[in-house]
Ligand binder design. Structure first.
Ligand code: ZN
Length: 463
């Protein structure tokens, strides 16, 4: 067999036609170019590049359906344990995260912004993500360039809204001007999608309107028209907080999900992040419109909010998983999604390790309309994770998938392959100067933090 790369797995996770898992013992994944050519027991021919870890689990790479890599780097440690006054999550979003992101874009040089994006993306990559859907301000076009450089598979979603600067009013409600006729943000997003969305490329684009409460009906109708015209995907934040639900109810007399349905945005091409404040009929509406939910349990747990993955998944809504902007680590994200689902449903058997891996491989791939991703089978695109199981916390092995999800960490990843290329080996990216990336990003973040402190947006005494 003539191929370019062969990866040995003591166990290789494969999905059968109905999405049921099958663990292949002692198999080789043979890669030719960027495609998986075969998964067999046959050793590769001499001279082929190999990855052979003594005891290993080989998984399809994780698809991270919702993240903000720049925020992951810029806000590291800032909101953790912070004692915000109620409403916590709204305060964090409207009073800290959104204003700080604006400060960063206004005050940092292009090189400094790039350094933060690079650190965030490196973090995501090493956390087990091989395909990333990322929301970022439309002025941060550098995202696409950094994804090309790092070698990760990425869908950049430039963000936009019809809202002015955000804050929280004395009544605890989000406060901002909403211009009902301003659709200039849509034009910006569309320009970037036209420039970067290319079927068949590793780095692609989709539209990223911010959220129901920050986007007026005219804005969202323009997003729907643009998505239909371009044939591209759309991602949005949805039903994040009780305040968003209250605001939409007072303005339009609907739930946020009904509002999106009304403007025509729900559908199989929409990835809706979070979806926490949902009624039972909202869940049904998401299901009947085939809308995808991107569950991000960890960043909401940080604020004391339960965002149970299993609630929408078990209701038959296509539910994938994302890291948002907290820990950018898919292994711990999957584990936390599992734990919170078990707690929420008071059942230890729900959201099992295979449900979680399926959500972040097959479901993620279906959300992106990419049947070539999320699986290790002939013809699939070669995005692959190799876990080293020869660790005290991963032995002995009864079921390697359960061990990795419930006991493992992204530090157990011995190699990451994206598009047939080995981009992480033994925890290092050989094509990058990682020390420089860490140093440059830390310097840029320190600048933003100093400004945010001096303007009273964050305070070190808060925690
Ligand atoms: Zn988000």
């Amino acid at each position: 067999m003539s191929n370019t790369l062969a990866i040995h797995g003591s166990w290789v996770l494969s999905w059968d036609k109905s999405g049921q898992p099958e663990l292949l013992k002692d198999h080789w994944v043979h890669v030719r170019g960027n495609r998986i050519e075969a998964v067999t027991k046959d050793r590769p021919a001499a001279g082929v590049e190999t990855i052979e870890v003594e005891e290993s689990l080989v998984l399809p790479g994780f698809i991270n359906l919702h993240s903000h890599v720049v925020n992951g780097a810029m806000f590291r440690g800032v909101p953790d344990d912070a004692r915000f006054e109620a409403p916590w999550m709204s305060r964090l979003i409207y009073q800290v995260l959104m204003p700080m992101a604006k400060i960063a874009l206004k005050t940092l040089s292009a090189a400094e912004v790039r350094s933060l994006v690079t650190l965030g993306m490196l973090d995501v990559l090493k956390g087990g993500t091989t395909t990333l859907v990322d929301n970022f301000p439309a002025d941060m076009e550098v995202f696409f360039d950094v994804a090309e450089e790092l070698g990760i598979r990425a869908y950049g979603a430039p963000s936009g809204s019809s809202a002015g600067p955000t804050d929280i009013g004395p009544d605890g409600m989000p406060r901002y001007e909403l211009d009902p006729n301003d659709t200039s943000g849509v034009d910006k997003m569309v320009a970037l999608v036209k420039r970067y969305e290319r079927e068949g490329s590793r780095v692609r684009a989709m539209l990223g309107p911010h959220a129901p409460d920050t986007c007026a009906p005219k804005f969202l109708r323009a997003v729907r028209a643009a998505a239909d015209d371009l044939g591209c995907l759309v991602t949005i934040h949805l039903a994040q907080t009780p305040e968003e639900v209250k605001l939409i109810a007072s303005k339009y007399g609907k739930t946020p999900v009904e509002y999106l349905h009304d403007v025509g945005l729900l559908g199989s091409d929409l990835i809706a992040a979070h979806c926490i404040e949902l009624s039972e009929s909202d869940l049904q509406l998401l299901k009947t419109t085939d809308t995808v939910v991107a569950n991000c349990t960890v960043s909401f747990a940080r604020e004391g909010t339960v965002a149970p993955f299993w609630r929408s998944a078990s209701a038959g809504v296509r539910t994938g998983i994302g890291t948002d902007s907290h820990g950018m680590n898919m292994v711990s994200e999957l584990r936390t999604a599992g734990w919170f689902s078990k707690l929420f449903h008071k059942k230890g058997y729900v959201a099992n390790a295979y449900d979680l891996v399926r959500a972040s491989t097959l479901t993620g791939a279906s959300a992106l309309r990419r049947p070539d991703l999320g699986r290790l089978s002939p013809g699939a695109t070669a995005d692959i994770l190799v876990f080293d199981l020869a660790k005290p916390h991963l032995q002995p092995v009864w079921d390697p998938v359960k061990n990795v999800i419930w006991k493992g960490s992204s530090a157990d990843i011995a190699a990451t392959v994206v598009d047939g290329r080995v981009i992480v080996r033994d925890g290092k990216c050989p094509h990058l100067d990682e020390r420089k990336i860490l140093r440059d990003a830390a310097d840029a973040a320190a600048k933003v933090w100093a400004l945010a402190e001096s303007r009273g947006i964050v305070s070190r005494e808060i925690a």
